[in-house]
Write a protein that binds this ligand. Sequence first.
Ligand SMILES: [Zn+2]
Length: 453
Amino acid sequence: MKNSFFGAGGPRILTFALMSLAMTVISAPTALAQAKISPDRTLIKLGPIPAAAQFDSTGHLDVDAATRAYLDTVPADKRAASNKYFEGGYWIMLWSALYTVVIALLLLFTGVSKRMRDLAVRLTRYKWIQAWIYFAEFILTSTILSLPWNIYVGFYREHVYNQSHQPFAGWLREQMIGPLVILVFGAIAFATVYTVIRRLLDTWHIWGSVLVVTFQMIAIMIAPVYIAPLFNTYTPLSDPEVTIPVLKMAHANGIKVDKLYEVNASKQTTQISANVSGLFDTTRINVNDNLLHQASIEEIEDGLGHEMGHYVLNHIMKMLCQFALLILIGFCLLRVWLQGMQERWGDKWGTTGAADPAMFPAVVLAYTVMMLFLTPVLNNITRTMECEADMYGLNAAREPDGRAQVALKLGQYRKLEPGPIEEFLFYDHPSGYARIHAAMQWKSENSHTTTGY
Ligand SMILES: [Zn+2]
């Protein structure tokens, strides 16, 4: 699970395990061995502050005019391009769900799922291993079937919109790492959950959800050590221009870290980002190299002040608790759904019920539909926390103009001014407009104390 100032641009796909693994980007102890001297880099300077965003001679700042002045610094063609990219993402969410639904139905109605289970049964009499084998077959099949769509969304489209410069071979290699990771860690979760369903037929929806939440916590904890380094290199940031002010701010906020990590995200994307991830001892603050190359210290401090907000306000734990409740509700619905599906289609699919791994595509189907309808709910849970972290970051870094300018840079991949319904439904972070407006509001009321309390 990722708590970020910036948020991911791509679509959300597949299972909870996949979600937590794919979305958890954390630094790793192994990266320490690869520690390098900080690259030769000088930070850029904060961009000009528009006249309307400066205090007038009477010490007044018009918040709306200041916000508008900042937004107007983005050329119309750039606005149009990022709007198009972001709005396309709404449709991609829908098409991704439909694509997954079609694959799930195909596996069920063509009897492929049943045959995969039969093969597993022929290979071993141990049910736990049968579930494991079925899962491996499922991951292999679904990875191949979803590849064309993933190439379009994850590679082609990102390049068309200039969000990535990664060569295809490198991209494809990373697409293979995900399923392999899932094969190892996901299979353990899968086989264990199926054991619970088989043994506790009356209460599996409760114990199943307890297990999924537990696995999710474990995934968040181990990802920094075992998973994130498979995709990127994490090196302790040794750029004093950044580390000194940021660590001072961290200590002032009661965060006992002595280093920050730089991740070479430019390998995959041109988007700026930073995040806090992990749990307990593995919690880290990471800065991506795009941010270090494209932002001033004021913007970096603001972004990291926001990340510290996530940390101090304990957002990862809170989000896990809220998700736990949703997972429990989801499992209750799933139980009813699987019962209904078995009665209606069981004979045709060759399945025996919830405890039969061959029914897994029906689980994926239910999950996909639920996630689609839950999107606004999940977005609102996340956006609320993002707003809290935003306010925390403003108070911690006291750089409202840094906030405004970094919000504009995020406009590279996120529509800056959505309508209210659009923001409510689709935004997991406050929009650029909302962020700049809040920053200017803060500036108008608090900036006189910027030089000291
Ligand atoms: Zn955030």
